[in-house]
Structures are given as C-alpha cells and as structure tokens.
Design a protein around this ligand. Structure first.
Ligand SMILES: *[C@@H]1O[C@H](CO)[C@@H](O)[C@H](O)[C@H]1NC(C)=O
Ligand SMILES: *[C@@H]1O[C@H](CO)[C@@H](O)[C@H](O)[C@H]1NC(C)=O
Length: 195
C-alpha cells in the first residue's frame, strides 16, 4: 500500500501542468510561416503586439538568402479597440471586421496543456511548454509553444477558419524583443479611412 502511494505521487508530479505563463505586454518578433518558405515564397513578417494599446501590426518582407530583406509593401494592422483589420498593399487598403477578441498575454484558461519537452541538445537545449486551444468565436484551433520560465513564444500552429478565411499555417517566432522600437508598424494610411 505504501509503495502504491509513492508511485501515484510520482506520477502526479510528472503530470503537473506548469503555471500558465504570460508573454510581455509589448513585444516584437519575426514571425515566419514555414509553409510559405517551403513552398518557395521567401517572405517573413515583423510582428509587434501591444496588449495595453490593443494593437497588432504585421509588416511583410521578402528575403533573398544571403542578402538584405526588402519590404513588400504588404502590411496588416489589427485594432482590437474598434475590432477592425486593415490589409494594406501598394494598391490600396481593405478594412474588415475582426470577429474574435484580443487574446490576453497569458495562456488562455481554455487551453489544454499538451506537455513539455525541449528543442536542441544538452546545454544549448531550449525547454518548452505546449498548449492547444480553440480561438473563441472562430472555427480555428491554435497550438502554441512557449519557452519554459520566460514565456517566449517560439512556435504556433493555426488551423481552421477565421473571419471566413481558411487558415492552415505554422509560424516560428525568432529575434524576440521585449519592446516595440518602431510604432509606425501600427500606422493606418489615409487610403484605409474612406470606407
Ligand atoms: C481588397 O479586397 C478585394 C476583394 O477581396 C481584392 O480584390 C483586393 O485585391 C483587395 N485589395 C487590397 C489592397 O488588399
Ligand atoms: C478544433 O478542435 C476541436 C477539439 O479538438 C475539434 O473538434 C475541431 O474539429 C477542431 N477544428 C478544426 C477546424 O480543426
């Protein structure tokens, strides 16, 4: 009987979900859709998120391996104060409604803890916690992986339908900074204001 109790308590320790972590309230990272690159579309996104201002800005750049990157002129601004999304291209701007709320900076309560593991090997390894949840008010599921302890997002899978658009992407997050150096990423050009 004593042995059985010890075994059970060991299992409980191994399965204990970590404390749900929170990302920085302002951050910038390079967000790359691995699927696009695999398909030969050499683009990545600089992404800034400000949870206090409720803004997300995404600037798409094209890269030529070994050379510097060039902005494509394709940008996206999501303003969760007005629930509007601005898709900006050199040709103009489209405004659409955002159906879901801004996700908080913390792992959502409805997220299922999938487990923890590590990337890499040895002293260079990166420990992570993985979660999966359904994005509220959408038909999309998100798997997201944060580094253990400092809660840096490193990988995100999004699959389903958001705002009527089918999505199926896997993003890596690299070059993470705990700040937004260039707030012009949130600028909405006057061409967007007409509708
Ligand atoms: C705006 O949306 C229309 C219809 O979906 C599309 O044809 C057009 O290319 C879009 N324009 C921009 C600037 O995204
Ligand atoms: C999202 O996850 C739920 C629960 O696992 C599943 O029933 C549903 O089919 C998934 N939706 C998509 C679009 O993958």
């Amino acid at each position: 009987m004593i042995q059985l109790i010890i075994v059970l308590s060991v299992i409980a320790t191994i399965n204990a979900a970590p404390t749900r972590c929170c990302v920085d309230k302002k951050f910038t990272a390079i967000m790359t859709d691995v699927r696009s690159v695999t398909n030969g579309l050499y683009v990545y996104n600089v992404m800034s998120e400000d949870f206090d201002a409720k803004l997300i800005g995404i600037n798409t750049l094209v890269f030529n391996p070994g050379q510097s990157s060039v902005p494509t002129g394709h940008r996206q601004v999501q303003d969760f104060n007005t629930k509007k999304q601005y898709s900006i291209t050199p040709q103009g701007c489209n405004v659409s409604d955002i159906v879901f709320d801004l996700q908080g900076p913390c792992v959502p309560d409805n997220a299922e803890y999938l487990g923890s593991n590590y990337f890499g090997y040895g002293v260079g390894s990166l420990k992570y916690d993985a979660y999966r949840f359904t994005l509220e008010k959408t038909d999309a599921n998100i798997t997201v992986i944060f580094t253990q302890g400092d809660c840096i997002p490193v990988l995100e899978g999004v699959s389903g339908v958001i705002n009527g658009v089918a999505v199926d992407s896997t993003y890596t997050f690299t070059t993470y900074e705990k700040e937004i150096q260039d707030r012009s990423i949130f600028n909405i050009p006057s061409s967007c204001q007409q509708s």
